[in-house]
Ligand binder design. Structure first.
Ligand code: ACO
Length: 331
């Protein structure tokens, strides 16, 4: 009988720009307050890229750390999948730029556009490629420069977002004792696209002076509607990943959710029956970094000693599209 390889996270690394925007900085620029931002979102500060930071350069720093932890070199990679909503250029993919920076000449490189779930979508594709025997090691990255698509004059969105990158090496194993990805679940609903989108700057409304003037190249969001949809989708996603993994919610040792809003995280955790001391929260430090969010929280959980080998982790995310997804991983 042919044994399908099991995909496992064998390395993880993150990188954030050195620039920091605090709530006090936003207070000085907009009609908002630290108290409103903390109470309504949980955010205290976020990283803000400078001109020297690119999605590819942040990804390269994160990828070097992930490769080192996995004990492999760039030439061992069969694939590079990069989830981002803010590619450095529209052509070619940022994954190809990252491939060139790494010198990973044996890899097929491509981006995945799935907004905040970009890393989890990429993980799901990598897992499938590994199970199909297409590669032994795949680099899965979630990286964003949301600061470039954030309207700094719009208080309803500006205070939410930040920049960063997280990279993971996904490797094939043939021994279940090594743990691995037990389940993945991804879904989308394109009918709701206009609740969170960038109307201008794409091929329907190409970049022009008019687009610049009406600021339609920046993100627009109907916050309240997105909030409700996020809770609905993330609770469904938790149930699906847990059921597909064949485990019980009580067996989950740590939940690592997308960090969009502390109130969304709390509502999702409550539905799933997870006490907040089993939920990783670092939105206070980074805000919503979209595709980089889960790897940044995952990395912090490891650094804080919250993860031990053999533990069960639930990952869950939601974003523009709408897109959402989840995964149960044995660490
Ligand atoms: N400071 C002060 N007041 C504000 C601010 C601000 N920064 N922003 C909005 N307000 C005001 C509003 O104008 C409104 O005032 P009004 O009552 O006089 O009309 C009031 O605060 C309440 O506004 P709401 O939008 O109802 O506030 P809400 O509690 O919903 O919080 C928020 C807004 C934080 C945006 C929330 O809706 C949210 O987190 N939504 C989901 C975001 C998300 O999950 N995005 C998905 C991923 S992002 C991606 O995919 C790239």
């Amino acid at each position: 009988m042919i044994q399908r390889p099991i995909a496992r996270i064998s390395g993880l690394g993150v990188a954030v720009p050195s620039g920091i925007r605090t709530n006090a900085d936003w207070e000085a620029a907009l009609d908002t307050s630290d108290q409103w931002i903390v109470e309504r979102t949980g955010i205290r500060e976020r990283r803000w890229a400078g001109p020297e930071d690119t999605v590819a350069s942040l990804s390269k720093t994160a990828a070097d750390l992930a490769l080192e932890q996995a004990g492999i070199g760039p030439m061992d990679l069969g694939g590079i999948i990069l989830g981002t909503a803010t590619p450095d250029r529209l052509l070619p993919s940022t994954a190809c730029d990252l491939q060139a920076l790494l010198g990973a000449e044996n890899a097929a490189a491509f981006d995945i556009a799935a907004a905040c779930p970009g890393w989890l979508y990429s993980l799901t594709v990598a897992e499938g490629l590994i199970a199909a025997g297409q590669a032994e090691h795949i680099l899965v990255v979630g990286a964003e420069k949301l600061s470039t698509i954030t309207d700094e004059t719009d208080r309803s969105t500006a205070i939410l977002f930040g920049d960063g990158a997280g990279a993971t090496v996904i490797s094939a194993y043939r021994n279940e004792a090594n743990g691995g990805i037990l389940s993945t679940f991804i879904r989308s609903d394109g009918r709701l696209a206009s609740l969170l989108y960038r109307p201008g700057g794409g091929s329907t409304r190409p970049f022009s002076q008019e687009v610049l003037d009406d600021r339609s190249h920046f993100m627009k969001m109907a916050g309240r509607e997105v909030f409700k949809a996020a809770v609905r989708a993330m609770t469904q996603a938790c149930d699906e990943a847990i059921q597909r993994a064949g485990v019980a919610a009580e067996d989950i040792d740590l939940m690592v959710p997308h960090q969009a809003n502390i109130r969304i995280i709390e509502a999702t955790a409550k539905h799933t029956g997870m006490p907040m001391d089993k939920v990783m929260v670092n939105i206070d430090r980074f805000g919503n970094t979209s595709a980089a969010s889960i790897p940044l929280a995952f990395d912090q959980a490891i650094n804080e000693g919250r993860l031990e080998r053999g533990m069960l982790i639930l990952l869950v995310t939601f974003g523009a599209g709408f897109t959402w997804g989840s995964s149960v991983v044995r660490w």
